[in-house]
Design a protein. Structure first.
Length: 159
């Protein structure tokens, strides 16, 4: 059974985000061992200072990479990533399951991911060309993972 580790920056404050994620995490339990590690967003004292933003991203990225399971296939969610349709993403998940048995997925803060996390990634993934808040990205990713597993198992969820 695939070990899926989601490393994300920030917490889900609103109950509707929490409920949506909890539902997909429950569903994923039938297909994988799922763990979500939510890291505290670094405080940026000057949002207009690119150097301060890069420092915060570096700290967040270092924490993400240090908590990545050994040998995991690493997927960075970022705008410059590759887009997949649902069946193609399922094939990627299936290949990872048969090779390493572990996958780590990274969702950054509202400022994105550090260059170090992107560089360490085996795959840069874009869920859409649109920009979404990172809370919604978490829900979209969990749904996409669930859909991938149902495709791999031949379930009727994916139509």
């Amino acid at each position: 059974m695939l070990q899926v580790t989601l490393l994300c920056v920030g917490t889900l404050k609103e109950k509707f985000w929490q409920d949506a994620c909890a539902e997909y995490e429950k569903r994923l339990g039938a297909y994988c061992r799922f763990e979500c590690i939510a890291l505290k967003e670094e405080r940026i004292t000057d949002e207009n200072n690119p150097q301060k933003i890069q420092q915060a991203l570096f700290v967040e990225g270092s924490k993400m990479l240090s908590q990545t399971p050994e040998g995991a296939y690493r997927v960075a969610l970022c705008v410059e990533g590759k887009s997949f349709d649902s069946v193609s993403l399922a094939k990627v998940i299936g290949a990872v399951e048969s090779k390493s048995g572990k996958i780590a997925l990274y969702i950054g803060s509202s400022h994105g991911l550090s260059p170090e996390v992107k560089e360490a990634a085996n795959l840069k993934l874009s869920l859409s060309a649109l920009t979404f808040p990172h809370q919604l990205t978490r829900v979209l990713l969990l749904e996409s993972l669930y859909r991938s597993f149902t495709i791999l198992k031949g379930k009727s969820y994916h139509k």
